[in-house]
Design a protein around this ligand. Structure first.
Ligand SMILES: Cc1cc2nc3c(=O)[nH]c(=O)nc-3n(C[C@H](O)[C@H](O)[C@H](O)COP(=O)(O)OP(=O)(O)OC[C@H]3O[C@@H](n4cnc5c(N)ncnc54)[C@H](O)[C@@H]3O)c2cc1C
Length: 309
């Protein structure tokens, strides 16, 4: 079927309940969700994102329509009935058991998602919004995953703790022949997570241990990139002079600079985390080191001092 006849996957609201809660480390809580509705959930793996719909204390959940209208309907609700929505990664999905894991960063009482995860119990209700299994061959299988290395033979993955679930899911899905480097900044030494990666991929967990957010990771990623760009197998031909980089005010805008066309590229980089830190890395890598931005996905996952909505 010609691509132009394909339509985007249907998004729908899935009613689920908490099947298990486990504290993986001091900062990560894994919540396993289950429910018959998940029989219709379309998992693409990698960094697939979903919306988590959080209950309003004393109210619970307001029903939302399935399909393209769900977001407009949600926006039109009165404040008291509009459930908070937050974006999370599908850490893993087990279709046979109808179980979906989300690894939440517990960052205290400051936001509805973090607050919910610190008190959720087995049996609690939750809703998620995500793609449904295609109902006809005319539907694209799914969306909402950005990792797209194309023909790249070397990868860089970098992110803070909010990106760790996506990075771990990507690592587990990589071809065994992949080579590359991974930098994951987490709050403390005790927050390193076990992860399986191809033998040629070096995974470096960087503990902040009280340092400012992103500084240690930025230093290490920039050092890596300076070296990678200078070798012929690296980012050949990237020209600093040719780089145009629109400024993004992360206080006002979402930083989401992701290449839309799958370029032929020797290196592919995927960078996500706190928006100010991702912006800083983007400036260093594109303007400073000369990394071609068509080879890099830069994604602000959250913003210091700002709620998601
Ligand atoms: C595509 C995508 C995938 C994501 N995947 C995950 C995931 O798998 N796991 C995960 O934990 N997060 C993930 N995030 C990040 C998550 O959506 C945000 O951290 C979100 O703001 C948390 O919502 P909240 O209700 O706890 O806080 P909000 O109400 O959004 O924010 C309240 C306050 O908390 C601060 N804040 C938000 N997040 C953090 C944090 N992590 N540490 C410290 N302060 C914070 C904000 O700056 C604000 O001041 C993802 C984001 C995106 C865009």
């Amino acid at each position: 079927m010609p691509y132009s006849y394909l339509v985007a996957a249907r998004y729908r609201v899935f009613s689920v309940r908490v099947a298990a809660v486990s504290a993986l480390t001091p900062s990560f809580v894994r919540v396993t969700l289950t429910g018959d509705a998940l029989a219709d959930f379309s998992a693409v793996g990698l960094d697939q994102r979903i919306k988590v719909v959080l209950p309003i204390p004393g109210h619970g959940f307001t029903d939302l329509p399935d399909g393209d209208d769900w977001y407009g309907a949600w926006r039109a609700l009165p404040d008291a009935e509009r459930n908070p929505l937050r974006t999370y990664t599908v850490r893993s999905f087990r279709p046979d058991a109808r179980e979906l894991d989300i690894d939440f960063v517990a960052h205290g009482d400051t936001g509805p998602a973090s607050r919910w995860v610190s008190s959720c119990r087995v049996g609690d209700e939750l809703r998620i919004v995500g793609p449904a299994v295609p109902s006809s061959p005319a539907e694209l299988p799914s969306g909402a995953a950005e990792f797209a290395p194309g023909s790249a033979t070397r990868i860089l993955l970098a992110g803070d703790e909010t990106a760790a679930p996506a990075i771990c899911a990507i690592l587990e899905a990589l071809d065994v022949a992949t080579v590359g480097h991974v930098f994951i900044e987490v709050p403390t030494d005790a927050d390193r997570l076990p992860v399986t990666a191809p033998a040629g991929v070096e995974v470096r967990w960087i503990a902040r241990n009280g340092a400012s957010h992103g500084v240690r990771m930025t230093d290490q990623v920039c050092a890596w990139a300076s070296e990678a760009v200078s070798v012929p197998a690296g980012v050949a031909g990237a020209s600093r002079a040719a780089v145009e980089l629109a400024d993004v005010d992360v206080d006002e805008q979402v930083l989401w600079d992701v290449p839309t066309v799958a370029e032929e590229r020797p290196v592919y980089a995927w960078i996500a985390g706190e928006a100010g830190c991702v912006k800083e890395l983007r400036r260093h890598l594109v303007r400073g080191v000369g990394l071609d931005r068509r080879q890099v996905a830069f994604m602000g996952y959250w913003r210091h001092g700002k709620a998601e909505h």
